[in-house]
Design a protein around this ligand. Structure first.
Ligand SMILES: NC(=O)c1ccc[n+]([C@@H]2O[C@H](COP(=O)([O-])OP(=O)(O)OC[C@H]3O[C@@H](n4cnc5c(N)ncnc54)[C@H](O)[C@@H]3O)[C@@H](O)[C@H]2O)c1
Length: 352
């Protein structure tokens, strides 16, 4: 990079998550957001003003041609992930793209091929892996503390958490799917990361849309310039996944339901020697004459900073290993595709 002291980011997409992300970049002493582009110029101007970003670009091309930008963060509706990522990589930029990787695995594979051809870094924004609790469980599982992990439950339940009705989130053509791909991606990815197992063989899934089409279940995320409340995605997905080593995973991804709490994000791992829970963080195992439920778990964290932007910055400046490999994000996307296909066909799907 021409300026190895600092990683200079261009942001493509200046919506809700981009504001959080700009703060994360600026918390790193060697990260800067130097430019922003959004198809909605007022959102780009708003992000520039609120997050201290000097340059608002008039087009993607202008941003990608700027030699003063080292890395591009892509936070646009899922439909535009693949084209934006490939263009940025081909322009020689490193990329952090938001989850889910893409609309489908075919797009994802093209993104990975572009990353390989460019020799640039491609990090997928699976931020739930970075939490201290997730890293603690990963470290303990990798050290064999739970023995063989043969079953896992991964879930994100919400009572009323559909992004604003009518935003791109609730339109299949722009999002690909609803709760399944939006929050299922987080629970599934965090679960497979903690298990250390990205080798699925079959998937059976079902999806429902019982709240969104009735105008119910709306939460606080998302912003829409439109009045309509189109909804043609799922608001509830459930799946059963078999891994090649015989382990099984259940996944529930729920935007809206009659759930007793406002929301609950969780992963539970069941092993031959013990079990882990993400929230509350627990290690459950026999101990002498009694059965222990340990809560104060201290394990060495791979990345104590716990931030995906810091991971990319440190990777580019100091060679820190990326916590999310794009191949793993592609496996997660294949499982999401299979859940949606299984839901459509009513049959189990074999993952190639
Ligand atoms: N990691 C997380 O926890 C997390 C949380 C929320 C959203 N996300 C992801 O971030 C992405 C953006 O979500 P959001 O909630 O910020 O959505 P948003 O609707 O608030 O923002 C998207 C922005 O992209 C702009 N846009 C649309 N098409 C564009 C294009 N082709 N080029 C440039 N700009 C374009 C829109 O004008 C809008 O300002 C999605 O992929 C979403 O899944 C991730």
């Amino acid at each position: 990079m021409s300026n190895p002291e600092v990683v200079r980011f261009g942001f493509i997409g200046a919506g809700m998550i981009a504001h959080h992300s700009a703060k994360n970049v600026h918390r790193h002493p060697r990260g800067r957001v130097t430019a922003v582009y959004d198809t909605n110029p007022s959102r780009a101007a708003d992000l520039a003003a609120k997050q201290g970003v000097a340059k608002v670009c008039g087009s993607v091309e202008e941003m990608l041609a700027d030699p003063e930008i080292d890395a591009v963060y892509i936070a646009v509706p899922n439909k535009f992930h693949a084209a934006s990522v490939v263009a940025a990589l081909e322009a020689g930029k490193h990329v952090l793209v938001e989850k889910p990787l893409a609309m489908n695995a075919a797009e994802g594979a093209a993104m990975l091929a572009a990353a390989r051809a460019s020799g640039r870094a491609l990090l997928v924004g699976m931020n739930q892996r970075y939490t201290p609790a997730a890293q603690t469980i990963r470290a303990a599982v990798a050290a064999g503390e739970a023995g063989e992990i043969y079953h896992a439950k991964a879930y994100w339940w919400r009572r009323a958490g559909i992004p604003k009705l009518g935003t791109w989130f609730t339109q299949k053509a722009l999002a690909g799917a609803g709760a399944c791909n939006d929050i299922g991606v987080h629970a599934l990815d965090a679960c497979l990361f903690m298990m250390g197992n990205f080798d699925p063989v079959t998937v059976s899934g079902a999806t429902y849309a019982k709240f969104g089409p009735r105008g119910l279940g709306e939460g606080g995320w998302g912003q829409s310039d439109r009045e309509h409340t189109d909804f043609d995605v799922d608001d509830f997905a459930t799946a059963f996944i078999r891994m090649r080593n015989g382990a099984t995973v259940t996944l529930d991804a729920v935007w809206a339901s009659h759930y007793p709490e406002e929301q609950k994000f969780g992963v539970e791992l069941y092993g031959t020697e013990g079990g882990f829970s993400l929230d509350p963080l627990q290690f459950r195992h026999p101990g002498g004459d009694s059965y222990l439920v340990e809560e104060d778990l201290q394990r060495p964290l791979a990345l104590p900073h716990g931030d995906r932007f810091h991971n990319l910055i440190n990777h580019l400046l100091e060679g820190e290993e990326l916590l999310v490999q794009p191949e793993q994000a592609l496996v997660v996307q294949k499982i999401l595709d299979a859940i949606n296909e299984s839901a459509r066909t009513g049959r189990e799907v074999v993952i190639a």
